[in-house]
Design a protein around this ligand. Sequence first.
Ligand SMILES: NC(=O)c1ccc[n+]([C@@H]2O[C@H](COP(=O)([O-])OP(=O)(O)OC[C@H]3O[C@@H](n4cnc5c(N)ncnc54)[C@H](OP(=O)(O)O)[C@@H]3O)[C@@H](O)[C@H]2O)c1
Length: 311
Amino acid sequence: MKAVRIHAYGGQEVLTLEEAPLPTLGDRDILVRVIASSINPVDWKIRAGYLKEMLHYQLPIILGWDVSGIVEATGKDVSRFNIGDAVYSRPNILRDGSYAEYIAIDESEAAFKPKTISHACAASLPLAGITAWDVLVKAAAIKAGDRVLIHAGSGGVGSLAVQLAKAFGAYVVATTSSKNIPLVKSLGADQVIDYRTQAFEHIVHEMDIVFDTIGGEVQEKSWAVLKQGGILVSVVSPPSATKAAEHAVRSAFVFIEPDAAVLKELALLVDAGKMRPIIAAEFALEDIAKAHALSESGRADGKIIVHVGKP
Ligand SMILES: NC(=O)c1ccc[n+]([C@@H]2O[C@H](COP(=O)([O-])OP(=O)(O)OC[C@H]3O[C@@H](n4cnc5c(N)ncnc54)[C@H](OP(=O)(O)O)[C@@H]3O)[C@@H](O)[C@H]2O)c1
């Protein structure tokens, strides 16, 4: 099959389009013909070798941990899916990913794709959507009326987090730069702060939840905007427990896992019109290096789609 693999860690030049063996199908695996994949920052962080102490790979590997496609074969113990089903997934990051014509996925990591959107749009949802859900629903137990600050409301994760928080009835403040303010308002944010010209820590206060997608100084400045008992959740770097205690707030770090139950919830929200994928750009598999370059620029407004097979 056609696949993009890396044989060594490095820059965009290590992304190699080549023939690779078809995935081996385990008893609980479904073989999915990939129609679309999407890029997440973790793809180029792994490619560059930044995560090699944490995630141990035997190279070569196929990157890409978002997928939407069609079930082509099933292992002997598969019970939830049949050949021909349209599925989407954020599969196990320790196995080969979805920059390829086929991917093998444990059936527990897949769900039926939302019915009302294309495979390309569906491929934009799993990783970023599970992240938004795990932070807001699981870690922060969001509820109606909560005041929520979402950093980078225009990002792949943030654009879904804003919509999810609104779907739960929260008051949502989001940061972005001026060019993306109309986009973030269109997602339902009640207040949008231009982080380049305004200091969010002087504008918002008494927040129940801060969703940190940036880390560093942004995380540091976020403690002061929380109300007592509020929670700072980061997906970038573990917040300091000492700082949390000093501010009488809680903190959490989230690193997501595959989760079919959450994918089912996301599909319900999308099919009910309560959440829509935001697409920044679309690339062919052959142009994967350009897709990585856009993600690495940190400027994507929404998700970056990679078209792999015919719908
Ligand atoms: N731990 C986990 O399980 C997990 C899961 C998913 C993601 N992550 C991490 O979360 C981070 C965000 O991921 P993502 O996919 O959302 O990234 P992304 O789509 O690449 O984010 C790009 C967006 O960030 C905005 N941005 C950049 N700097 C900003 C700042 N200082 N303040 C506010 N907005 C800013 C940009 O807006 P402008 O162009 O307007 O500046 C752009 O729209 C990444 O580091 C990723 O690795 C972790």
